[in-house]
Design a protein around this ligand. Structure first.
Ligand code: FAD
Ligand code: PYC
Length: 429
């Protein structure tokens, strides 16, 4: 362990933590760890196959087993669990959407977040530190008032704050009336916050495994077999796995999976980037989002600033984004928080987000019998992980849409009953 205040000189620190000593330490203290989940060989057939081992796929598997007793389930993940958008997002959780259908869905998820650590016996570090959505123009403020009003009608917490109230919550923010886009106020959702994203994947994985779900990592689905209009299983790089039901939960790869079954989804896949700074002492308590200056920022429990950007303007499947988008987000952070201009950035990365024309998800059956899709969460699906898994599991088990999922079927793109949430998505795309 390091001495309490690191009083050692750099060369003494180097000696104390030299590579051989670190390796010896690792050997001594990392022995006999139990596996968090089994590493089973794939069976020839399952009742239900879930493609995609992100938070949504794992949560779906957990609730299928826990709530519906469906345990003959495999989650097939081509990489490692949580290695997609689940482990790449900026961890913001809130439910302040505009439309009734989406507000209810996200608020159902928010309720599940509050007890999730206990539910799955894994600390997901949900921290309800509150979420601010800043307004910089009169139109922003009108939209904020409308959205907070709509939230309250749905029983969702929300307040409209003045500039002075925002400044009290975030003393470091530049709220000067002479700034380029002055902060005129904000919406404030106190129950919103952040959670530790990879813990969510690990927690659901361990809990699902304990209920008998097979987690098959490093296994890629390369085809979907359909006979007489019904799904019969998936082709993987390890061979065919039969299944009565197949649920695709693959975020930015949803279009690719749909094509394997001869379907086209109204989804575009785009890179979305984020970055983290070096750790700082606590200086930013709530989550701050600005759709106008355009950045979102929070401080993690470890102290680093977690910063997000807009999507790239082109479609793509690379888990990296373009430099101008990143530069724009960092410029926005410096504009809102001049003190952060001296903070060094440690890492940045990208994920592939799946965006529907109305910025809302697809949860439900497809025209192929037994084939389900949960996708289109775009830039905002982390917050819904528990709720999405819960309602999707219910939809699959009962072979009809859960009432909260019903407005989010694929049929809305034919009927025209879209649920436009571009404003509340709060991320430029
Ligand atoms: P993923 O976690 O992407 O899981 C899908 C999995 O499917 C992947 O692991 C992938 O490897 C696997 N897969 C794909 N194809 C195959 C195949 N053929 N065979 C087998 N497996 C396959 N949302 C918020 O609510 N708040 C935020 O602050 C936020 N910030 C974000 C910031 C960034 C930079 C990004 C990229 C996203 C952000 N999001 C946010 C969105 C959120 O991360 C996603 O909506 C959510 O995590 C999607 O979860 P998922 O389980 O559906 O997808
Ligand atoms: O949906 O709240 C959100 C969000 C924040 C950052 C990316 N998405």
């Amino acid at each position: 362990m390091p001495p309490p205040h690191n009083t050692l000189k750099p060369h003494a620190l180097m000696q104390r933590y030299s590579l051989p000593r670190l390796l010896a330490h690792a050997r001594r203290h990392h022995e006999d760890w139990q596996r968090a989940w089994r590493n089973p060989a794939p069976k020839d057939a399952y009742d239900t196959v879930i493609v995609g081992g992100g938070g949504h796929g794992l949560a779906t598997a957990y609730y299928l087993a826990k709530e519906h007793g469906v345990t003959d389930v495999a989650v097939i993940e081509r990489g490692y669990l949580g290695g997609g958008n689940t482990g790449r997002n900026t961890t913001i959780v809130r439910s302040n959407y505009l439309r009734d259908a989406s507000t209810r869905l996200y608020d159902f998820a928010l309720d599940l977040w509050r007890d999730l650590s206990r539910e799955i016996n894994f600390n997901v570090m949900f921290s309800a530190r509150g979420v601010l959505n800043l307004g910089h123009t009169l139109q922003d403020m009108r939209d904020i008032e409308r959205r907070v009003g709509a939230n309250r009608l749905n029983g969702v917490d929300g307040e409209v704050l003045t500039t002075a109230e925002v400044q009290r919550l975030v003393p470091l923010m530049n709220c000067s009336p002479t700034s380029r886009y002055p902060v005129l106020g904000a919406s404030w959702q106190p129950r919103g916050g952040v959670a530790r994203h990879d813990a969510v994947a690990w927690g659901y994985a361990r809990a699902a495994d304990a209920l008998g779900v097979d987690l098959l990592q490093q296994t890629e689905v390369v085809g979907i077999r359909v006979e007489n209009g019904a799904v019969t299983g998936v082709e993987t790089d390890l061979g065919f796995i039969a299944a009565r039901r197949v649920a695709c939960v693959v975020a930015g790869n949803s279009g690719v999976l749909a094509r394997m079954a001869g379907l086209r989804l109204p989804i575009e896949s785009r890179p979305l980037q984020a970055l983290v700074s070096e750790p700082l002492k606590p200086c930013l308590d709530p989550v701050v989002m600005s759709a106008a200056v355009h950045c979102y920022i929070s401080q993690s429990a470890k102290g680093d600033l977690v910063i997000g950007a807009g999507t790239d303007v082109y479609n793509g499947y690379g888990q990296r984004g373009s430099f101008p988008v990143l530069e724009h987000a960092v410029a926005a952070v410096c504009e809102l928080f001049p003190a952060f201009s001296r903070v060094r950035m440690n890492r940045h990365w990208g994920g592939i987000v799946d965006i529907c024309p109305d910025a809302c998800p697809v949860i439900g059956p497809s025209p192929v019998r037994g084939l389900y899709f949960n996708c289109g969460w775009g830039t905002g699906g982390f917050k819904s992980t528990p709720g999405s898994g819960y309602v999707f599991a219910d939809t699959i088990a009962n072979e009809r849409p859960h009432p909260l999922a019903a407005p989010f079927g694929l049929d809305r793109f034919a009927s025209g009953a879209l649920v436009d949430e571009h404003g509340a998505a709060a991320v430029a795309h």
